[in-house]
Design a protein around this ligand. Structure first.
Ligand code: TA6
Length: 293
């Protein structure tokens, strides 16, 4: 049975060794391990989860792939005014819905989140989230489907997959972002924070505190470092956020392990510039495909 389910988690197992572990809390992928391409079966963890991360549902997981919905960052839309940073999806227990397929190509499962009493205290829009996680030999895909279940109201939202790629942060290069315009959230002056900058680097690094939201994200991004890397394909998402707090900001994050910022870069496909609007009964899908290079 290439998947195992407990009350808290689902573990997916590919016939050739790759595994993924999903916490039902937040539908957070907290581990994705694969053999090296052409390797001899030893599994390598591809995601970063802080050793200080809470995995008991007491707070959002510091690492893995947190699901961000219906808002990114501090809420700005009137519908989101009572929500915490990054919305509620990563803080709620999702339902394991079904196994979509389970064969030699891999295993795919579906999880769902619908309004519940806790959400209703903070948010009164009608929605259904469906999250499809698929493990192939050297790939992990995570697709978020947003359905507006209202009969007459529109649904305005932002969505993002907050992917913590395990990597030597000071040796990472992210491309191709040359010529893309981005918002630099490390700017301390409000006006500067709202001013688009043009990326002049052929390879973006995170050797200094980085918190950049790129517009018109390319459909394929390479996250590489000496001796390793991942290719990230995105469909439906329009932005790419690159984040690493480095030491000064990183030390202020209570659930960040010591020097954790040296061991990851967040590369986050999203729809976070403005709001996506769905009419009644309409669906939007954002897909992230990670592949070991
Ligand atoms: O995606 C980057 C970001 O928005 C940063 O500004 C930083 O706040 C990070 O997310 C982590 O947010 P969290 O709420 O998980 O501490």
């Amino acid at each position: 049975m290439p998947y195992e389910k407990t009350d808290e988690r689902v573990v997916l197992k590919h016939p050739k060794g790759a595994t993924a572990e999903i916490l039902l809390f937040g539908a957070t992928v907290i581990s994705w391990k694969t053999p090296e391409k052409g390797g001899h079966g030893n599994l390598t963890e591809r995601l970063f989860v802080s050793s200080k991360a809470a995995l008991d549902g007491s707070k959002a997981v510091r690492g893995g792939i947190p699901v961000v919905f219906p808002c990114f960052g501090p809420p700005e839309h009137p519908d989101h005014s009572r929500l915490p940073q990054h919305g509620f999806a990563r803080n709620e227990i999702w339902t394991f819905d079904s196994v979509l397929f389970d064969n030699d190509t891999g295993v795919s499962v579906q999880l769902t989140l619908q309004p519940n009493s806790a959400i209703a205290k903070l948010y009164n829009k009608k929605f259904q989230l469906t999250y499809v996680v698929t493990v192939a030999e050297h790939e992990l895909s995570t697709d978020i489907h947003v359905l507006n279940t209202a009969s007459s109201e529109a649904l305005d939202f932002q969505a993002l997959l907050h992917t913590y790629v395990r990597a030597p942060a000071n040796e990472v290069s992210i491309s191709p972002l040359l010529g893309k315009f981005y918002i630099d959230k490390t700017e301390t002056q409000l006006e500067a924070r709202d001013t688009l900058k043009e990326e002049k680097r052929s390879g973006v690094d995170v050797r200094t505190f980085t918190d950049s939201v790129y517009e018109s994200a390319p459909p394929k991004v390479n996250v590489t470092w000496p001796g390793g890397g991942l290719e990230l394909k995105l469909i439906g998402f329009t932005t790419l956020t690159v984040w690493n707090p480095q030491a000064e900001a990183g030390r202020k994050i209570g659930d960040m392990e010591e020097n954790g910022w040296e061991r990851f870069v967040c590369v986050e496909p999203g729809y976070v510039r403005g709001f996506k609007q769905l009419g009644p009964g309409e669906t939007w899908v954002g897909k992230q495909l990670l592949e070991v290079v």
